[in-house]
Design a protein around this ligand. Structure first.
Ligand code: ATP
Length: 365
């Protein structure tokens, strides 16, 4: 099922009584989520992710704008009639019920023509449990399960009614690092198998980038960029998106374009034809540095860490605006660090420039 958001806006009265202006949690949000895809809604704390999800589910009413499921306008349809499955960070299983009873719960409330026989309900619960691979745990209570298993029960419970859309709000936050990794792969597998359009809220960009078909980056209630994870990483629209995606983070500098050349401090680091002379923000991805004794970008070496396949060269430069420069290179490459200096050439497609005023990307002419 395709989901379309049209100018979606949510304003809350300010909790601080001294401030008259409303809090704009989501601001004129418009985008289309294609049918059957896994979408990551991504951004820092407070940027409006949960509010967006709550409006799609029907738990929160938009102040303005519209929500469509397929061609149907569902903006005023109550949550229980939207056919949406929800999984939250606190998966809130009923502790006194078994896994089977927890999964059956949403089916037992069906009324009228949707009402199911006990056999039909059992069949659906079995199917959902098998899908998330917890079938052998059906008779246990939640307290007898690991965190990851409990989260799978919550997903089975959301899937049992075969929702048109599955909404996941930070579903992996309570899991430890290893389980988180495992469960995110699992989520991807379940989503691919069911083909249910799924919206996944997280503040963890690595998580979103690893499993999502598309990511939507938000800041202060505003849509910043939407696209395939690798495309957004390679081609960020503004400085915020460039800084938000990528671990280690992009290295940032104050730069200046003079006669078609990018300068960082005194160093003429890269030719940039077709850009008018101006001061700019510069972002260089950690993999964008090539150690080269004759390279134009001359930095002061701070540390050189060899870690298996890759090495990290930590350095500094007068023009940097991040706290340090981190370059990631293959461990096979020899690096000359004589005299506490290290010089680099730069890979042009890993260097982005942004307007000093708007922080929007400046594209080369
Ligand atoms: P987090 O990652 O921390 O969960 P989020 O991106 O999901 O954050 P939201 O919970 O959607 O962000 O909140 C967006 C903004 O709206 C925040 O500034 C928040 O304080 C505000 N907000 C959310 N709910 C309410 C409410 N009921 N009343 C007033 N302000 C609210």
């Amino acid at each position: 099922m395709k989901v379309v958001l049209e100018n979606l806006t949510k304003r809350f009265p300010n909790r601080n009584k001294k401030i008259k202006e409303d809090v704009i949690a989501v601001n004129k949000f418009s985008f289309e989520i294609p049918d059957g895809k896994l979408i990551g809604l991504l951004g820092p704390s407070g940027c409006g992710k949960s509010t967006t999800l709550n409006m799609i589910s029907g738990l929160e009413k938009p102040t303005e704008g519209k929500i469509f499921f397929g061609d149907d306008d569902v903006t005023t349809v109550p949550a229980e009639h939207r056919g949406v499955g929800l999984v939250f960070q606190n998966y809130a299983l009923y502790p006194h019920l078994t896994v089977r009873q927890n999964i059956l719960f949403p089916l037992q409330n069906l009324k009228g023509k949707d009402k199911l026989t006990k056999e039909q309900m059992d069949e659906k619960a079995d199917e959902a449990a098998k899908l998330v691979q917890i079938f052998e745990l059906m008779d246990r209570k939640p307290s007898e399960l690991s965190g990851g298993q409990q989260q799978r029960v919550a997903i089975a419970r959301a899937l049992v009614k075969m929702p048109k859309i599955l909404l996941l709000d930070e579903p992996l936050s309570n899991l430890d690092a290893r389980l988180r990794l495992q469960t995110r792969e699992e989520l991807k597998r379940i989503q691919t198998k069911t083909g249910i359009t799924t919206i996944f809220v997280t503040h963890d960009q690595e998580e979103a980038m690893s499993i999502c078909d598309l990511i939507v980056v938000m800041k202060d209630g505003l849509l910043q960029q939407i696209g395939k994870p690798q495309d957004v990483y390679d081609d960020p629209k503004n400085l915020f998106v460039a800084k938000f995606l990528g671990t280690p983070a992009i290295n940032t500098f104050d730069g200046e374009i003079k006669d078609g050349v990018l300068f960082i401090g005194e160093d003429a680091v890269l030719k940039m034809d077709g850009v008018t002379d101006q001061k700019v923000h510069v972002g260089i991805r950690p993999e964008g540095f090539i150690p080269d004794e004759n390279g134009p970008f001359k930095c002061d070496l701070k540390a050189y860490e060899v870690m298996g396949r890759d090495s990290s060269i930590i350095s500094s430069h007068d023009g940097m605006t991040s706290t340090q420069i981190r370059a990631i290179i293959s461990s096979d490459i020899h690096v000359n660090t004589d005299g506490g200096k290290v010089s680099f050439a730069l890979k042009p497609h890993k260097v982005h420039i942004f307007s000093k005023e708007t922080e929007e990307r400046i594209y080369l002419g």
